[in-house]
Write a protein that binds this ligand. Structure first.
Ligand code: ACM
Length: 654
């Protein structure tokens, strides 16, 4: 997400939670907790089939894991040893030998079980034993994730927890994913996140059976990968001036302000991250975003630009560099592009791609292609010559020329070329894999044209958007509530599913200054996306999902992973009565909440008026305060809505 539209757009998409439009399916009411009672089986993403049996498996103090093909299963064994061993304090051993006394058996099939594919598993828990069966090690690992979710929440603790009854309900589960590409994108360019923070992010995503981490490694605000032969990319390109507040409108740094905010990963760091992810069955998709979003590279090597003034450019620190007033594509105020008419650019990219290809074993490299402004190109004689020489008529065709050359470089280094959906505009080769972001329709169009597609549309999957009203959330120009994310169907009607590789959520970090906030933005919407990519479509059910989500909030508490409680905040809708008074309607995404309110500036609780019908704002009131309760328990945040803000949202007609 990089669009910066004016604040007129701020409230457009906040009122999205119409319960009536959500999917309901009584077939899966099976696991619905009554009255928010704790349910022992609350798995996210929802498995394909779950059959509860009588009884429990109680963890003994000494646990033996048996895996005959232990070499192939060492990730799952190590994972189990750590995840079971630390919180319980129990002794966990493993053997490759046949054993009658094993408590947990990890079994790779000798004969392929077609029903579960490469990532599926069967999990059987009886009072005597736990058995996970799969065709491939990945399936065993996902079975292990489900097993962990069947244990009490304290299993998520990083320390030993005493006095917990460590038991697992007896159950038979068969499970496999709906889609093969189940990703999260983490923008480490806008703000830099350390190697350990990226590992922490990976740890959280593997709980929910994600298998792709897309790292957005370069942008106007930072170049984060060491490239041998181009040292200034990280000496200059990785650093800017620290600012906090509303990114996009910061005061431009003074020439002498220290540029010491940022960082980068050495190639060794990245290899370590790749290995860490791989042990957890996660592939890392690297993204080098060109030709736009390249100010950090241009500030490091101005000769890569078409614009002579680039010698004066600096890595962006969040000041305004684009004019979005006429929509997309933006008008650039500084030329943040690499020059498609400059052979040095292709030499540079050849070096970058060859090294990226060496570091990341994943078969795709993402080369960006989004939001490239063309207004500087329009004024560049070199571009005019290129257009004449190559018979290019439009600026999107100039960009296509660049993309096609880039695809050849990517292919030369043994990789597949992926890019954001704008690259379709000027025409690209059919082998380009398209990541659809601006709208589902671009992904649909790309699939119709037989491109491989990964869906990550703003409407459902943009994790940088606000999760509730801007009066409580860090301000971004749009909102995306959990219930809307849960409606995400990556394979819409009318599309040939064979072209939809999968989907992902995208966490852009312009407004995300630290890892706690990155977690807050990712969860719980990351649960909803996980369920959209893993679970059978017909099993999706908002009420059931939300009941499980609430239990997973508890698990994330135990894991010390942050999440947003925004789903409990009411949705404000405001209009004018016939006589010009403000009329406020409050709704909630969650069904069983009561809303209490005040107009007298004091803090409402459950002894205050309960919201039952639209509120006419009293004449001299200056704030509406609201809070949600479940029974006698406060559950939402105290929200303070200035009446001036309501006036802005429903201006009085003159
Ligand atoms: C994007 O959000 N510009 C891909």
């Amino acid at each position: 997400m990089k669009l910066f539209l004016s604040s007129v757009f701020l409230s457009i998409s906040m009122g999205v939670a119409a319960q009536s439009t959500l999917i309901t399916n009584d077939n899966v009411a099976l696991q619905q907790p009554a009255n928010h009672a704790y349910n022992e089986i609350a798995i996210i993403p929802e498995p394909v089939t779950v059959t509860k049996q009588e009884g429990h498996f109680v963890l003994p103090q000494s646990i033996l894991i048996q895996a005959v093909k232990s070499n192939e299963l060492k990730q799952s064994i190590t994972f189990l040893q750590e995840r079971l061993g630390i919180p319980t304090g129990y002794f966990i051993s493993a053997t490759a030998a046949a054993s009658n006394t094993a408590n947990i058996r990890l079994v790779l099939t000798d004969k392929n079980d077609a029903a579960i594919g490469a990532e599926g598993y069967h999990l059987q828990v009886t009072p005597q034993q736990i058995v996970i069966t799969a065709n491939k090690p990945a399936g065993i690992f996902y079975g292990v994730q489900t097993l962990i979710q069947l244990l009490p929440k304290e299993i998520e603790s990083k320390e030993e927890v005493k006095d917990v009854k460590w038991q697992i309900p007896c159950v038979n589960i068969t499970d496999y994913p709906r889609l093969g590409w189940r990703g999260l994108m983490f923008d480490v360019a806008r703000h830099f996140f350390t190697k350990d923070e990226v590992k922490q992010y990976i740890d959280a995503m593997v709980r929910y059976k994600y298998n792709i981490l897309h790292l957005h490694l370069t942008d106007d605000e930072g170049w984060r990968i060491e490239i041998k032969g181009y040292p200034k990319l990280t000496e200059v390109g990785a650093w800017n001036v620290k600012r906090v507040g509303s990114f996009g409108n910061f005061i431009p740094p003074k020439p002498d302000e220290p540029r010491n905010y940022g960082g980068f990963y050495t190639q060794e760091d990245l290899k370590e991250l790749v290995a860490y992810a791989k042990e957890r069955f996660v592939n890392i998709l690297p993204e080098v975003d060109v030709p736009g979003h390249s100010l950090a590279a241009v500030a490091s090597y101005p000769e890569l630009s078409c614009t002579p003034d680039a010698v004066n450019y600096k890595v962006r620190s969040g000041e305004r560099i684009m004019d979005w007033s006429r929509g997309a594509p933006p008008l650039a105020m500084v030329d943040n592009t690499l020059c498609p008419a400059n052979e040095k650019v292709y030499e540079f990219l050849d070096t970058v791609i060859s090294q990226v290809a060496q570091i990341f074993p994943f078969e795709y490299i993402h080369m960006g292609g989004d939001e490239a402004p063309h207004n500087f190109w329009e004024k560049t004689p070199q571009i005019m010559e290129l257009m004449k020489r190559e018979n290019l008529k439009t600026m999107p065709q100039v960009q296509s020329y660049f993309e096609r050359r880039l695809e050849k470089i990517v292919a030369k280094h043994g990789k597949r070329f992926m890019a954001w959906d704008e690259v379709l505009e000027g025409g690209v080769s059919q082998s380009t894999a398209v990541m659809s972001w601006r709208d589902m329709k671009y992904g649909v169009e790309a699939a119709k044209n037989k491109h491989e597609v990964v869906m990550s549309p703003t409407q459902y999957a943009y994790l940088d958007y606000m999760q509730a009203d801007e009066i409580t959330e860090p301000k971004v120009y749009k909102g995306l509530r959990l219930s809307k994310t849960y409606q995400f169907d990556p394979v819409p009607e009318g599309v040939d599913p064979k072209y939809i590789k999968g989907a992902q959520g995208n966490l852009w970090t312009e407004q995300v200054y630290n890892i706690r906030q990155a977690e807050y933005m990712t969860w719980p919407r990351g649960f909803a996306i996980a369920e959209s990519v893993w679970s059978p479509k017909e099993k999706k059910n908002w009420k059931n999902f939300f009941a499980r989500t609430e239990q997973h909030f508890e698990r994330l508490n135990a894991a010390e992973t942050k999440y947003a409680p925004s789903v409990y905040d009411p949705i404000f809708a405001v209009k004018r009565t016939a006589d010009g008074r403000l009329l406020v309607t409050l709704t909630t995404e969650v069904e069983d909440l009561d809303i209490y309110y005040s107009f007298d500036n004091s803090f409402p609780d459950h002894f205050y008026p309960k919201y039952t019908e639209p509120l006419v704002v009293p004449i001299d009131a200056n704030a509406l305060k609201v809070i949600t309760y479940r029974g006698k328990k406060p559950i939402g945040r105290m929200m303070h809505m200035p009446i001036d803000e309501l006036n802005k949202r429903a201006p009085l007609k003159k």
